[in-house]
Design a protein around this ligand. Structure first.
Ligand code: SF4
Length: 425
């Protein structure tokens, strides 16, 4: 309506513009705006529902990163902007010079990796953990990283940079104390550090079976010789005061398509175990104790036991049994949405932190309304967002990720309907 009124006022200018060869930008732009502002209920190309594009699909399945796929679970449009259009945010000039949480997390990863690599090279295991000098090991590992970082990045005021380093060393010292205790208690020995991994993952789509080539990097693998088992560790640095529900429940996060690292790491580690040389990886019949997110989150347990590491597990046998069927259904649903080019906006609590919030028309009411009202496009995704998993000892949850009989579902409560109406969250 707004655009139509604008076009009506520009009756003279528009024909003039059309006569100028090679200058159809404005008419096309106005046409686009008219389409966006229209009251039609169906999502279209300008809303991110672009349909199947074979070349894009082939590129996406040839190199799937678990972190990239996670974007689709957060919001299909975010995935479109990041993985399909490959748009990256521009750094805010006023923020250059601050050492933020992302940079601190990267430093923490690198320092922990080098500390463990050094201990591995020294052959420390078993009772040897008791004699380890954490402070000296940390200082040796951290010095080159701090030096390199300061040489290649703005670090702000020297005093504040000193404080950042001291705080990080203090945190990592506590992390390693808890880590060593855990290694002793479980009979673990770290054997691999920041290893590139890959796997070919089959996925059943309505159009036939496809193979996704997945690539990633595992922070650490621990081996327990006595039990012939391994576990995969992934560090996550968090400055938040409390953990979010999906951070504490990786199974639920995976079933909702919000977290792909744990299930893909299991497959990648399995493939690596089959291919690696015996020197890198224990040979013979081994089991997996699963994936552990090691949250380096000093505030989460401040009021409990004061621990700085919160480990959260994802089961090693996740791809078998009923959970395996749920994971395959989620993966098939997400990949089918990507294959068929459904990249609509899904506003929710993640918008605040999203790099694309200034371009996705999150606050444009007609666009937002279509993303709620076009049930044909969004309904299966909406159900995925509300998928549940069985609680230990509780009744089995409905498999809402399947595209099965809608009539067999429990009717939504009033509270739920209101929430669905307001947001796809
Ligand atoms: S701001 Fe929200 S709706 Fe927009 S792309 Fe990001 S997550 Fe999606």
């Amino acid at each position: 309506m707004v655009v139509d009124a604008g076009l009506a006022r520009r009756r003279v200018a528009l024909p003039l513009l059309r006569r100028l060869t090679g200058c159809d930008l404005l008419p096309k732009g106005l046409e686009t705006l008219r389409s966006l502002d229209s009251g039609r209920p169906a999502l279209g190309g300008y809303d991110g529902v672009i349909g199947h594009v074979p070349s894009v699909w082939q590129r996406l399945i040839q190199q799937v990163a678990p972190t990239g796929l996670r974007s689709y679970g957060i919001c299909p449009f975010q995935y479109f902007a990041r993985q399909v259009l490959r748009l990256r945010s521009i750094e805010e000039p006023e923020e250059i010079g601050e050492v933020g949480p992302v940079e601190v997390g990267t430093l923490a990863h690198a320092i922990l990796r080098d500390v463990h690599r050094a201990w591995h090279a020294e052959g420390i295991r078993g009772d040897g953990w008791r004699a380890v000098d954490i402070a000296a090991s940390l200082a040796r590992a951290a010095a080159p990283h701090f030096h390199d970082y300061a040489r290649t990045h703005p670090v702000g005021y020297p005093f504040l940079w000193e404080v950042t380093q001291a705080r990080l060393l203090d945190l990592l010292s506590r992390v390693l104390q808890e880590d060593l205790q855990d290694l002793q208690d479980g009979g673990w020995r770290p054997i691999l550090f920041e290893s590139p991994v890959q796997a070919d993952v089959p996925v059943a789509l309505p159009t036939g079976s496809e193979t996704l080539h997945c690539e990633g990097q595992i922070d650490r693998v621990d081996w327990a010789a006595a039990r012939k088992t391994y576990r995969i560790l992934d560090y996550k640095y968090k400055t938040s005061r409390t953990a979010k529900t999906l951070e504490k429940n990786l199974t639920l996060a995976a079933v909702r398509g919000r977290e792909w690292q744990p299930p893909f790491y299991l497959l990648m580690a399995e493939q690596m175990a089959q291919e690696a040389s015996p020197a890198d990886w224990p040979a013979g019949s081994v089991t997996s104790e699963g994936v552990w997110f090691q949250y380096l989150a000093p505030k989460w347990r401040e009021d409990e036991d004061g621990a700085v590491v919160t480990p959260v597990a994802f089961p090693g046998d996740a791809w078998t049994g009923s959970l395996g069927a749920r994971l395959r259904a989620t993966l098939a649903l997400v990949m089918e949405h990507i294959r068929s080019g459904r990249f609509f906006i899904a506003p929710g609590s993640d918008c605040e932190q999203c790099d694309y919030r200034t371009m996705c028309r999150l606050h444009h009411q007609p666009s937002r309304w279509r993303a709620r009202a076009d049930h044909t496009q969004v309904e299966t995704y909406r159900r995925l967002r509300h998928a549940e998993v069985d609680k230990p000892g509780g009744a089995p949850a409905t498999d809402r990720t399947s595209t099965g009989d809608a009539a067999s579902e429990t009717p939504p409560t009033r509270k739920r309907r209101i929430r669905d109406r307001d947001s796809l969250k």
